[in-house]
Design a protein around this ligand. Structure first.
Ligand SMILES: NC(=O)c1ccc[n+]([C@@H]2O[C@H](COP(=O)([O-])OP(=O)(O)OC[C@H]3O[C@@H](n4cnc5c(N)ncnc54)[C@H](OP(=O)(O)O)[C@@H]3O)[C@@H](O)[C@H]2O)c1
Length: 333
């Protein structure tokens, strides 16, 4: 019985990984959580203190850059959620190419080889991104859908903000689909847009940097913040529920966008300025369009399978405020 419910989560100490571990434990799963350094008390304490952790959670040391690193953690698991990615790639250009290959690309293939060796894994769920879909020379008129693939050549040509991350995620996902087809791995990919909301990770991350930039006006995170305008977003809780939904659903197949909101930066800033009147929240952004053309990332395929977004009635402003409040609770702000 225990074996049936044993799953592995990579990148378990991260923003999404830790909430996914928490949700899986709440649902009664036995979770093997991989981290690069199980001895890093600051990073793993929150995981070890989760309800049911003493009976249902184990920590495993593994690194994307090391072949066979995930073999032991995956052996005997019925499911693998591959969440880990070096998010620093968002801030890198050409200099990140080597790391991109050694971690994001070789990492996913190495984990899939571990799944093949284990021969117990019924489904492999990979946390991809809408970033593997939305870079198009001619964007769609109405919505982004799962049949689109980011144009990697265009990323190299335009070198837009975060381009090496987009190249990494797209290249890795394509290679993963090829491996899955050639080796009979049952893979499902989930594509969140920008993820925001209350969290438990005891350190900052891409998502906390985005949300808190409104509040701190940290110069280094302003480029990130501006990327929000005209983009798409989704709540962390919905993202993690969707991971488990796709793992459990017998008919899940292929790629699934997971995104519930479109984002107007000016509207969020205005709402946050009312919520935090003493913070002098930035409400004006030079060079940004007040009414950007927003192409939604469509989650119709996910919803057609029966998934419901629990946080659909909140606004992105609420997601940001939750993130800011969680940062405050953890002493990050
Ligand atoms: N946050 C978003 O808005 C967003 C949106 C779309 C998709 N995603 C995807 O969601 C996933 C998780 O993102 P996140 O926001 O949760 O990021 P995060 O908080 O930075 O977590 C990423 C995790 O990856 C692990 N990692 C990094 N380099 C590694 C390596 N060489 N070997 C093993 N593990 C490594 C880190 O684990 P250690 O603790 O071991 O260092 C870290 O916990 C990523 O795949 C990302 O592409 C995120």
């Amino acid at each position: 019985m225990e074996e049936k419910r044993t799953v592995c989560v990579t990148g378990a100490s991260g923003y999404i990984g830790s909430w996914l571990v928490k949700t899986l434990l709440e649902r009664g799963y036995h979770v093997r959580a991989t981290v690069r350094d199980p001895g890093n008390e600051k990073k793993v304490k929150t995981l070890l203190e989760l309800p049911k952790a003493s009976t249902h959670l184990s920590l495993w040391k593994a690194d994307l850059a090391e072949e066979n690193s995930y073999d032991e953690a995956i052996q005997g698991c019925k499911g693998v959620f591959h969440v880990a990615t070096p998010m620093e790639l968002v801030h890198q250009g050409q200099d990140g190419e080597e790391e991109m290959e050694s971690t994001t690309l070789n990492g996913i293939l190495s984990i899939m080889r571990s799944c093949s060796k284990a021969n117990t894994v019924k489904r492999f769920v990979y946390t991809s991104s809408t970033g593997t879909i939305t870079v198009q020379a001619q964007p769609p008129l109405h919505e982004y859908t799962e049949d689109l693939w980011t144009d990697v050549d265009l990323c190299y040509e335009l070198k837009m903000y975060g381009w090496m991350y987009l190249v990494a995620k797209t290249t890795a996902e394509k290679a993963a689909w090829k491996y899955a087809e050639e080796n009979g791995i049952n893979m499902v990919t989930i594509h969140p847009s920008i993820v925001l909301g209350h969290f438990i990770t005891p350190h900052t991350s891409f998502s906390t940097d985005v949300a808190t930039a409104f509040y701190t006006k940290n110069e280094a995170n302003m480029a990130l913040l501006k990327k929000l305008n005209g983009s798409n977003a989704v709540h962390l809780d919905d993202v993690c529920n969707a991971h488990i939904f796709l793992f459990e659903h017998p008919l899940a197949k292929g790629r699934y966008i997971c995104s519930s909101h479109t984002v107007n930066l000016f509207e969020i800033a205005h709402s946050l300025s009312l919520k935090y009147p003493d913070r002098n929240i930035l409400t004006e952004f030079e060079d940004l369009d007040r009414s950007p053309k927003i192409i939604p990332c469509s989650s119709k395929k996910l919803m057609a399978l029966g998934f419901e977004f629990a946080h659909k009635n909140k606004g992105v402003c609420d997601f940001c405020a939750e993130t800011i409040e969680a940062c405050k609770e953890m002493g990050m702000l």
